[in-house]
Design a protein around this ligand. Structure first.
Ligand code: URA
Length: 212
């Protein structure tokens, strides 16, 4: 698809998604529908779980603490938030009735309802690679019943013909500061860069060498 037609189609899709009312309980609780952000022709599409409180307020995915870390990872890859695409399995923040803070995992029915929107985004963007950030993104893109994220990360999977790299969610890296875990995600990202056709510098390859 030509770049201009793709931009127009994605804008049309944005209008549909922002007006979505399929999950009536979320329509009542959300501040925004978080469509996604980035290059409509991105080679790499990062898929997260669902908007948190910050994302719900700002209408943009991954703008909170986990988002800051994701942005750092993307920058270390030699890319920017504008040159990739970032979206979530769920476009609305899962509601937390009776709670004033915290997040909850999307439910299977919410994921099944929302997934067709992400699939339409994928169909239009046609990325070379999908990155599934954490277990919920893996479940959304690859289905339930696979091995856990610890076993799956680092090994290529497929979603409707597009390579999927499962990796840890940045929020996990914030909870577990061990260098060994950061290093695993970085190794996954080197595979992603390679598969997406980006060059990898010696500095990028050696990022974690000679560190404990
Ligand atoms: N975590 C996610 O999975 N997605 C966001 O947009 C923000 C935090």
């Amino acid at each position: 698809m030509a770049a201009e037609a793709r931009i127009a189609a994605l804008e049309e899709l944005r209008g549909l998604i922002l007006a979505c009312s399929k999950c009536s309980h979320l329509v009542g609780s959300r501040h925004s529908v978080v469509f996604g952000v980035g290059d409509p022709s991105a080679r790499i599409l990062f898929v997260g779980e669902a908007p948190g409180a910050d994302e719900d307020l700002q209408g943009e995915p991954f703008v909170g603490k986990a988002g800051e870390l994701l942005t750092k990872i993307i920058t270390a890859m030699g890319l920017s938030r504008d040159s990739v695409f970032i979206a979530n399995i769920l476009k609305c923040r899962p509601d937390t009735p009776g709670q004033t803070s915290g997040n909850r995992k999307p439910r299977p029915d919410e994921m099944a309802t929302c997934l067709p929107w992400l699939e339409r985004q994928i169909d239009l963007i046609q990325p070379r690679v999908l990155v599934a950030l954490g277990a919920t993104a893996v479940e959304g893109l690859l289905g339930k019943g696979l091995a856990g994220i610890t076993q799956l990360r680092g090994s290529w999977q497929e979603h409707r013909g597009i390579p999927v790299m499962p990796t840890y969610h940045p929020a996990y890296l914030l909870r577990n500061q061990a260098l060994s875990e950061k290093r695993k995600v970085w190794e996954d990202m080197l595979q992603v860069l390679d598969r997406a056709g980006y060059p990898i510098s010696a500095k990028q390859r050696g990022f974690f060498l000679n560190r404990e």
